[in-house]
Structures are given as C-alpha cells and as structure tokens.
Write a new protein. Structure first.
Length: 70
C-alpha cells in the first residue's frame, strides 16, 4: 500500500493491520493507536504507525516496517 499520502484513514489502517474498523477506532480513541484529529477526521500518520508497530513488536526501530511509512 505504498502511497504519497502522509496519513491514512482509520479504516485503511484497520485493513492494513487486519483488525476490525471498530477496534481500530477504539484503539485510536484510547490513544493506543497513533492517530491525529484533522478537523472532524481522525487519521493515522504512516510513520507513526510504523514506529508504533516496531515498538509494540519489540523490533526497537530496526526499520523492518519502513515500507509502511512510504
């Protein structure tokens, strides 16, 4: 899902993570999933999601998920 966009919708992030849309919104609201409110929209920055996954998986910033951020 390479894209020029810096952010993705919560629904797109849910699809990428293989979780339900409802769970993704719940995680974003509880600040467990990195998300930013832009007006009325809630979006997930690609780089923040890649960093969050690396930290959550114990990869410690190895850049293994670098393609996600692009």
């Amino acid at each position: 899902m390479a894209s020029d966009r810096l952010v993705m919708s919560v629904t797109e992030a849910a699809e990428l993570l293989g979780i339900s849309r409802a769970l993704a919104y719940e995680l974003a609201r509880s600040q467990k999933l990195p998300a930013v409110r832009l007006g009325r929209r809630l979006v997930v920055p690609r780089k923040a999601l890649a960093f969050w996954l690396e930290q959550s998986c114990g990869l410690g910033g190895t850049g293994a998920l670098g393609d996600l951020a692009r």
